[in-house]
Design a protein around this ligand. Structure first.
Ligand code: PLP
Length: 398
């Protein structure tokens, strides 16, 4: 058995995290995170913003699968001013890693125990309904602390938030609680990636209307925000005081019509190693269910990555991977830990060689958008789908 790359490191790693990039040679499969691309994307997005507009980096769901702690450090270094996550657990992970930037929680928090946890870890919750105000106020009074909170209005997404036309009543309730301090008021678009801006503009109008009503009562919100990646790229007048950008920081576009707004580079690549190469005879079935039957003698390679790593089984027999800068077809059902590819066109490939599933390989470039299109889903879901079994390895081209 020959490996295309000589193993340089002989000492076994002491624990699961004790890996360096040079030890990529050990992995059967991994995710590569390009730190320079990530930081470049932050700078490009920031360049679209007015100097006073703040960039809040959305790093929920383990930074869309990229690894939350490392992404947080990289985006803050590159100029993001605050972070958004979905759950208290995600926030604690960042605080435990020593991150001190403001962190907003996008999800709802409804119990006194959770409020105490927020206060302890200095995480800033989103208030979405009046019922929360009583609980939050009581806990914070007992703790004798003041908690910054973000008010969410529902302007048409019909997800979290108080209906925009009840916004004033809601805000007045929060203002009556001395232990709560309104840090911002925000809403979220449902269709910002649609080339037709009609619904987005309606939501913006509703937001404006709610804010105008507050101002007419003498309350001036300290910070307003509305834009996700799509709205940030499509219309500067939607930026307000802060933009909440997720997808674009990871180098993907929320919609095809927004690709000319700013140059972005994908941050994540998925790679795996060939575990075995062999020739199977014409008529042989490949993988569970024999969904693929070799029409001729076929050189196949077994690759050490499968659906338990986040390669969707629904891509079986449709996936293309890149090997030595050439696209080759995946054949047969994708299994939990392995998949097979047809390497008849490159019969000399060897055990240990690296296959690119997502990313650049010579002239080939396979993106999460390609998979999303084939699966009838969106790139957000593809990025979040890579499992923790794949180590995240940071590379930097700087
Ligand atoms: C996830 C999320 C974002 C970021 O969305 P992208 O399209 O990835 O930029 C912004 N705001 C809210 C409320 C979100 O849930």
């Amino acid at each position: 058995m020959t490996f295309s790359i000589e193993p340089k490191i002989i000492n076994p790693p002491k624990n699961r995290h004790d890996y360096q990039l040079s030890e990529v040679i050990r992995y059967r499969a991994w995710v590569e995170i390009d730190r320079s691309a990530l930081q470049q994307n932050v700078r490009k997005v920031k360049a679209l913003l007015a100097p006073k507009t703040e960039l809040m980096a959305v790093i929920k769901a383990d930074a869309y699968g990229h690894g939350a702690v490392k992404v947080a450090n990289s985006v803050l270094e590159a100029g993001a001013q605050s972070l958004a996550i979905a759950t208290i657990g995600e926030g604690i992970e960042l605080r435990e890693a020593g991150i001190v930037a403001p962190i907003m929680i996008l999800g709802a928090v409804n119990t006194p125990e959770e409020v105490a946890a927020l206060a302890h870890w200095q995480l800033q919750p989103t208030l979405v309904q009046i019922e929360q105000v009583r609980i939050f106020a009581a806990v914070m009074r007992r703790l004798e602390q003041r908690l910054p909170v973000h008010i969410k209005l529902d302007t048409g997404m019909s997800r979290l938030g108080t209906p925009w036309h009840n916004g004033t009543k809601f805000v007045e309730q929060v203002l009556e609680a001395p232990n709560l301090k309104i840090a911002s008021i925000y809403s979220h678009f449902a269709t910002a990636d649609d080339p037709n801006p009609e619904i987005m503009q309606l939501q913006r109008q509703r937001f404006q209307q709610a804010i105008a009503e507050l101002k007419s009562k003498g309350y001036h919100p300290p910070c307003l925000h509305l834009a996700n990646s799509a709205a940030t790229l499509s219309d500067r007048s939607l930026h307000y005081d802060r933009v909440r950008v997720g997808l674009a920081l990871y180098g993907l576009y929320p919609a095809d019509h927004l690709t000319d707004k700013v140059p972005l580079q994908p941050v994540l690549q998925v790679k795996a190693r060939i575990a075995q190469v062999k020739t199977i005879a014409a008529g042989s079935g490949v993988s569970y269910g024999h969904q693929y039957i070799a029409a001729k003698d076929t050189r196949i390679a077994v690759v050490g990555i499968g659906y338990a790593d986040g390669i969707p089984r629904n891509l079986s027999n449709r996936l293309k991977v890149s090997l030595r800068g050439r696209l080759v077809p995946q054949i047969g059902a994708i299994t939990m830990d392995q998949l097979m590819i047809d390497v008849s066109e490159i019969p000399e490939v060897k055990t240990g060689e690296i296959v690119t599933l997502i990313g650049k390989d010579g002239l080939q470039c396979i993106t999460a958008d390609d998979w999303a299109r084939d699966l009838g889903t969106i790139s957000w879901e593809i990025l979040c789908g890579f499992k923790h079994r794949l180590p995240r390895i940071t590379i930097s081209n700087e």
